[in-house]
Design a protein around this ligand. Structure first.
Ligand code: DX5
Ligand code: ZN
Length: 216
């Protein structure tokens, strides 16, 4: 499968979101990656349901919603109603992960689990067959523009092995510090979806940067 590019709107211009959304609509981006932070699970607050609803009206690509919130199970139907197509919840924030994944699917969304940098791939052994996607954090979540953690490559290889052994169809998404230098090796190691915020939005020509990432 050709890899997908999911620009993170965390680095977009919040004073002109419509402009950035139109740019993404016209670009080769595959999904919109939306980072929801609650100031409890991560030490930052971003945006929530009303902003996602507004984005949904303008975006013509799937919304990939990354929840960095405690007790994400409380908001599954609310994010569906807001327009999420893919909903990812953190392993570290979910006591009853199996139930929450089933609920996300029942709502008609694709379901994913996110692992923080310290959380081992082995925690996925008994849930991998139920997952449409695993998102590996390649920075500690909370902020855009951080430095990529090199151990991510080893985690991708281990995850790929687990997916193959389990005969699963799970996509591997990488989030944090993705740039033009590390993206080729991430794809080669097995990443299916690359999230990029700072690399895209701080570049001179964001839609060209998306194309460059897509053409790798
Ligand atoms: C971090 C978020 C990321 C972030 C990526 O907590 O989950 O999606 O926006 O930003 P960059 O690509 O700038 O590291
Ligand atoms: Zn994210």
């Amino acid at each position: 499968m050709k890899h997908l590019i999911a620009p993170s709107l965390l680095s977009a211009n919040f004073a002109n979101l419509e402009g950035d959304i139109n740019m993404l609509n016209k670009s080769e981006a595959d999904w919109f990656h939306l980072d929801v932070m609650d100031g409890v699970f991560v030490p930052n607050i971003s945006f929530g349901i009303p902003v996602i609803k507004a984005i949904k009206k303008l975006a013509d690509k799937p919304l990939d919603v990354h929840l960095m919130i405690v007790q994400p199970e409380r908001y599954i139907s609310a994010f569906k109603a807001a327009g999420a197509d893919i909903l990812t919840i953190h392993m570290e924030a979910s006591t009853h992960l199996h139930r929450s994944i089933a609920e996300i699917k029942t709502e008609g969304m694709k379901a994913g689990v996110v692992l923080n940098p310290h959380t081992p791939i082995s925690t996925l052994t008994d849930i991998i067959s139920d997952l449409d996607m695993v998102l590996l954090m390649s920075v500690n979540p909370g902020f855009g523009g951080q430095k990529f953690i090199e151990n991510t490559y080893r985690k991708i290889s281990r995850l790929k092995d687990l997916i193959i052994k389990s005969d699963a169809n799970t996509l591997i998404e990488i989030d944090g510090g993705v740039n033009l230098n590390n993206a080729p090796k991430l794809i080669e190691t097995g990443a299916d979806v690359l999230v990029a915020g700072n690399t895209i939005f701080s570049s001179e020509n964001p839609s060209q940067t998306i194309k460059t990432l897509k053409d790798l």
